[in-house]
Design a protein around this ligand. Structure first.
Ligand code: NAD
Length: 410
């Protein structure tokens, strides 16, 4: 199933519960605008490579559109369109004053030098600077992009439009970034995992978990949950998975990954495959890497009774149905990884006021927003006897629908 079709399945399950009419569904699903551009970069003295870049702006009924920018070889229009729609539902679940968008370039950033990556980013901004900005659509980091890339985006955008750091979030702290933005998505995954455990009447000590992906999101989630006394028995990245049944020393893994840039060669754990990690007998499984890692073919091997979707779209609709029937609790991506966009919102709000918050305030406000979002979804799931995913979509769709109605768009 293609990416956008998959997000539509989840949307329709909630829309059925809400008895939403077909024409309204079509309106809510159709992106406002899709932009595809060529991004030519001079790789050597005499070789121009033409990359393709995308920005999909899905919906702005609740505010300016917001969403990350992904540099990855698997980026295509369908995937960006799906991720843009997810952003609309995510900002609505978190009740942030935003709509949803997403962008990306089909590229393997590991194959480019830093200079080439900077060129690629700047040329992309040259191509799309007039369709994004502080009051229309605000990009942020996603897979393959980081604070440095956001600083290049700001610098290039400001050449056309003048000083306005609110044009992009996830910037370095020295460049009007928010303290706590880098950790925010992983920290949010941690906060929500604890909330879910609390609701299920379980305590963190003795809870065993496995995390796939040790980039920005996975590594910060791992740190937060290890510090909360959970036992992390496996972590992984593209190089493979590293397993220790009695629990890995996460701070040691972090030091290693930081110094090497990867977990490859990590010795203080047995090496297993990423597929074996997904099938481990743990209490909680956290996919925090790429989409579609749990699907019809491997869902039978999943043994964890709880899955926290730190990545976007890690569970496809077929697998999701099987997991629900088996009683597996899935905390859906549009809630589980909303911590990143929440602190991006704080960064944007600070930039608009040219004012700075301290880390304590950022963390407190993050906890507050995610708690409210979790409670709204938990309540809706109980009231309507649905999965947490369907409930999260119901909360989001109702909020977007109401915004459209109040604005006279329906
Ligand atoms: P990242 O690029 O920092 O890290 C990705 C990690 O996944 C790396 O450890 C990489 O080695 C690993 N990986 C890549 N391909 C893999 C594979 N085939 N098998 C196993 N591991 C693999 O990216 P990130 O920012 O941590 O994003 C991870 C996920 O979280 C993505 O789905 C992204 O859309 C989602 N997300 C990120 C943010 C954010 O703020 N960064 C916010 C919301 C959602």
């Amino acid at each position: 199933m293609k990416a956008f079709e998959a997000t539509r399945v989840f949307f329709d399950e909630a829309a059925d519960q809400l008895e939403l009419a077909d024409d309204v569904r079509q309106l809510m699903l159709t992106p406002k605008r899709e932009v595809q551009v060529q991004v030519p970069v001079l790789l050597d003295d005499d070789y121009i490579k033409t990359f393709i870049g995308y920005r999909v702006q899905h919906d702005n009924s609740r505010g300016p559109m917001k969403g990350g920018l992904r540099f990855h070889p698997a980026v295509d229009l369908d995937e960006v369109r799906a991720l843009a729609a997810l952003m609309t539902w995510k900002t609505a679940v978190a009740n942030l004053p935003y709509g949803g968008a997403k962008g990306g370039i089909t590229v393997n950033p590991a194959e480019l030098t830093s200079k080439q990556l900077e060129m690629l980013t700047r040329v992309f901004v040259d191509q799309i600077h007039d369709v994004f900005g502080p009051r229309t659509d605000i990009p942020a980091p996603d897979m393959g992009t980081d604070a440095m890339v956001m600083a290049w985006i700001r610098n290039q955008w400001e050449k056309y439009h003048g000083f306005n750091p609110a044009c992009v979030t996830g910037k370095p702290v020295e460049h009007y970034g928010a303290v706590g933005r880098e950790e925010a998505t992983g920290r949010g995954v941690g906060i929500l995992t604890l909330k879910l455990l609390g609701r299920l009447g379980r305590k963190p000590p003795g809870t065993r978990l496995a995390i796939q992906g040790f980039g920005n999101v996975g590594s910060h989630a791992a740190k937060f949950l290890a510090d909360a006394d959970m036992t992390i028995v496996a972590v992984s990245d593209i190089s493979g998975a590293y397993h220790c049944p009695t629990g890995l020393d996460i701070h040691d893994c972090l030091r290693y990954a930081m110094s090497q840039g990867t977990l490859q060669g990590y010795q203080n754990g047995d090496m297993i495959s990423n597929n074996e990690l997904l099938a481990l007998d743990v209490d909680i499984l956290i996919p925090a890497a790429i989409g579609d890692v749990i699907h019809a073919k491997n869902v039978g091997q999943i043994r964890a009774p709880i899955i926290i979707e730190a990545a976007n779209r890690p569970v496809d609709p077929e697998a999701d149905k099987v997991l629900y029937e088996q009683g597996v609790i899935v905390l859906p991506d549009i809630l589980a990884n909303a911590g990143g966009v929440t602190v991006s919102y704080f960064e944007w709000a600070q930039n608009l006021q040219l004012y700075k918050w301290n880390l304590n305030r950022v963390r407190q406000e993050l906890d507050h927003i995610l708690s409210d979002a979790f409670e709204a979804v938990w309540q809706c799931a109980n009231d309507s006897q649905t999965s947490l995913r369907t409930a999260a979509y119901m909360v989001a769709i109702e909020r977007v629908h109401r915004a459209k109605s109040l604005a006279g768009m329906l």
